[in-house]
Design a protein around this ligand. Structure first.
Ligand code: HEM
Ligand code: HEM
Length: 176
């Protein structure tokens, strides 16, 4: 039987896809579409983006721990070595950026003198004190972080479709 990711691994993968998609929609909408003058709406967008970002952090941590405990099975035979290396690098970079990006967002908030109230239920402890210059720098890092995530996901989806549609080698089926 060819290896297929476990039900939990697949569920967490597709949950991540949904969450990250929503993060991009909310992030770009709140920064570029919702005017600051619509204060209540703007606040709702920011709070949801930031709170869901913390969920992404937790889901990725959970995935990483699970992956370490239950490593994925071998790729189907005949998949060239270079695809193993490139695919693995893509996945590891996705783990890293999706863990770092929410932390940058949190630090940026704190440096701006703002404490996140998670879904307006639980205050997230402050990690650092106010430092406006640092907040500006972290804001730029968050922007480049989002760009890097978009590029990695673009390559990832391209790779998944290459396996699934062109090579038809069974790699895509592992995550379906
Ligand atoms: C995987 C998680 C995340 C992704 C993919 C993401 C993505 C984005 C994107 C696409 C934008 C709009 C572009 C920009 O101006 O930077 C943005 C803005 C922003 N994000 Fe996130 N974000 C994530 C997590 C977080 C978290 C956890 C927080 C805070 C707790 C946060 C706080 C912000 C803030 C304050 C902005 C407004 C722009 C700024 O002034 O820096 N983000 N994010
Ligand atoms: C937000 C978008 C996405 C993110 C962040 C993401 C992230 C990841 C990560 C981190 C892995 C590695 C899993 C592991 O071995 O621990 C993975 C595997 C995989 N993803 Fe995605 N993914 C996304 C979208 C997609 C989409 C749209 C497809 C299908 C078109 C897809 C297909 C796959 C497949 C087939 C694998 C398994 C590859 C293998 O067997 O080695 N992913 N994904």
């Amino acid at each position: 039987m060819p290896y297929r990711y476990s039900q939990v691994a697949r569920l967490l993968h597709w949950l991540t896809v949904l969450l990250v998609f929503v993060m991009f929609v909310l992030g770009t909408a709140m920064v570029y579409l919702v005017p600051d003058s619509a204060a209540a709406l703007s606040h709702r967008f920011y709070n949801t983006h930031e709170s869901l970002g913390v969920v992404v952090l937790l889901v990725m941590l959970l995935r990483l721990i699970r992956r370490w405990r239950y490593p994925p099975g071998p790729l189907p035979e005949g998949v060239p070595r270079i695809f193993h290396v490139v695919g693995h690098a893509n996945h590891m970079l996705l783990y890293i950026v999706l863990l770092v990006q929410p932390v940058i967002g949190l630090l940026r908030d704190n440096a701006d003198g703002f404490q996140l109230d998670w879904f307006e239920i639980v205050p997230v402890p402050l990690l650092i004190g106010k430092d406006v210059a640092l907040a500006h720098a972290l804001s730029a890092v968050h922007w480049y972080g989002a760009l890097l995530i978009a590029l990695l996901i673009g390559a990832h989806i391209g790779g998944a479709l290459f396996h699934g549609v062109i090579r038809r080698d069974g790699v895509l089926q592992r995550m379906l």
